[in-house]
Design a protein around this ligand. Sequence first.
Ligand code: SF4
Length: 954
Amino acid sequence: MDSFSTTRRDFLRASAAGATALALDLSVLRPVLAGTALPATAHEYRDYRDIYRRKWTWDRVSVGTHTCTNCASGGCSWNLYVREGIVWREEQGAPYTQTNPTVPDYNPRGCQKGAAASALARSPARLRYPMKRVGPRGGNRWKRISWDEALDEIARQMVDTLSTRGGVGAYCENGNNADFGPSWIAMVRFFNTLGIPVTENFAGSGDLMTGATATLGNPVPGASSDDWFRTDYFVNWFGNPVTTRIPDAHFITEARYRGAKIVSITPDFSPSAIHADLWIPVRPGTDAALALAACKVIIDENLHDVPYIIEQTDLPLLVRTDTQRLLREADVVPGGRQECFAWWDGDKNAVAWSASSAGVDPAQRTLKLAPGDHPVLEPRNAQVTLASGETVALRSAFALLREKLAACDLASASRITGVNPKVIQRFAREFATAKSAMIYAGAAMGKILHGDLVQRAQILLAALTGNNGRAGGGWQEMTFFELDGKLLAAFVDHVNDLSADDPQGIWAALAEMGKQQAQSPLYVSGSLMMLMNGGSYETQLQPEYNDPTLKRTPEQFLREAIARGEIPNLPGPELGNPDIVFNMFGNPFRHNRMGERLEKTLFAKAKLVVDLTLRMDDTARHADILLPSAGPYEKLGFKYSIAYPPYLHLGDKAVEPPGEAKPDWEILSLLMQRIVAEAKRRDVTTVKTYRGVPYDLGQAYWRFSDKERLGPKDEERIMEIILALSPATRGMSMAALRANKGALRYTGVSQLGKMWCGTTEDYRMDEPLVPYQDMVVRKRPWPTSSGRQQFYLDHPVFLEVGEELPVHKEPPRAGGRYPLTMTCGHTRWSVHTLWRDLDLMLRLQRGEPVIFVNPGDARARGIGEHDLVDVYNDLGTFVVRVKLTPGIQPGQVHIYHAWGAYQFVGGKSNDSIAASPVKVTQFISQGHMANGVGWYEPTQNDRDTRVDMRRHVA
Ligand code: SF4
């Protein structure tokens, strides 16, 4: 290192001016080559070869991963090569041990974004200093200010607002680029202490699978990715894992080598479809018709697994023919239970109450049939005498399903989906007869209006064939190893008093947390915030953009649900006039459909907009004060504990943040100190949370910091608390993680959030994780009202709109009557917007936004390759380059997501014309479908958007 004289400060200055790629940026050397005077910082370089040779030298190697990056991978181990306080490059680690000799291992993990994360840290978009807006908001003119100036100004406005309006006068926009460590905990402790609501955006980004919640009682079921290897029939449905699951996709390839058949069901010939044995090019949005036609083939040909269906699903349960509602004990027995359902006993010729029902005494609840039980799947002439004395006829849910499926014959399904009937039939037979068949359910499914129906139809296919709960089988999304310690550290003031050796103390703390959250919940629905207050109300509720079979307007359904009190996390008009908007972990101008409307609504009303951010983006441009956040290699954190790799990943602090950037925990600790000091200076004491609960603002830092036991620099202590209080990480330590390249295999599953781990208690470190073992092996009830996989939903709204059973509904005309459907997908070259303008990634593609178009559609409009086109509908127009490909269906155009609006000619993105109609069944609340954030709530969608296009005229 003696001759390496570029100092860290000089380097950062250079990179801030636009030099982006290590010292290989030849602009530094140009004076040398020209024979002119050497710049002081490069005087020892003779030419570029010096840099090339010394590229492979370093001071030390640290370990890390990419926290606060929502790649949804669960993490990857990286060696970080540090020289003069800069991470110059990264290289994949290989610390993973084989689960057992029957499955491949996880080594190495990573993706090209991870390999370019050190470049991202130095990119021109990176924020290094606190900044204050100069000139009009959105004008993107800034001046550098000190941390003191920034924190004092925010603290003054916070105390103004809290003392006059309480927490209702502010809110925090929250995205999904958080960690499972001090950064997220800082946000929760800060806003929860102050009683300021935070938007939850799992549904807002369209990732929430409400069809899975409705059917399985779990929106995120899934296996570890080494279980993919064990399948005999892998169906990639609505996903693109080759692009979006780069570290795990090898298990699919390896399964294929093992002999598994790989099927891809996607409208476009996607990067994943290329690697399939069978590609089924379904018309966009018609997947439910395909799944239901396959179900009909399976039932018609007696390929369904009757014992499994009787034991594990609600299909034997009885439905009243007069009301179409499930028969409940309360209908028959005076004072009987509401959530107690019945099947028909063939021997006794009578109704029998299902012991799996949610209304049954927990000690008695089971899926196991008693020796004398003989449930019938399709009883004939079943009837019951009600408590009123009236007699009603009964039919099983299975009989009603068979009737509904009559409309899903192969010819009809072929007309709807565009898929040859023989292909549908072959798919159904192969799926049903495979030893294990798995549906890899892409999260894109949540991004169409009727995505819930697609999910329910797919899960039905997996259930009819007995695959849910089978090793290498079943409907799989993604699941989590919940870290109990993370929740405790976030929500419990006195977390330092808790100990894993004192379970009673932990349960008491959790009870306290539950009480506090019931009074003043931290989270409100991000998608409903946008709907109610973000300027998209009329558009999202526009009947013409919704299901044309609805007999009432979507707004009437919403008003009725509000009146019935079915939406507890509704951010109503009381939150529509904020003094302060704070933003963390996201880019709401981008991740919300029509997010740019925030500029003229919530942002326009705010006196102060604060963005705590890593880099400049569309949202940061519209803020007043920017607070520079440390990046993944510059702070401590744990990666999201997604279970594809059953490993916890440590994001270690390899280097100091550039400029004056700070870790989120430190920033919010310092800000809380300033708020309390300002409150004391002004003698402000009691203020109210946004739900009107009083608290002492003077005590806010005392509570936030757990009696000053968690200071601004105490990230490591928080990490230790998480490890100590989480059953999934029992026995782990920071030292052990560091010694094992930042990754250790989970040792157990959470008791608190067992459900998030696919509802299984018997996780073993030497076996792939398979969900639902508690139900299929232990016969414990599913977490649904019936205690079974629930396909019959009898809330009056489901009955009204004809969705009590899975059905196909035509995709809506979101955005108007236009001939093309604009689909979208997660991009290969960025994790959401974070890498979208990084030159290293742009060089691997076209360098600017492109839309993929079928050559026939382009020809019909006089459009050629690389032309600029106007893409338009009722909502507006955006301008984009065309890439022609026969891999896109006629009638479809496709654009990969997360381009910033500033990257388009004219500054408008595809998100600006995504009408995102709301699904009226997502307004309801019933039983296990209790409306709530991240569980069951309205989602945003964009992949039903209708458009047309024409050549752009400058
Ligand atoms: Fe792995 Fe995510 Fe990092 Fe890529 S960005 S290397 S998937 S942790």
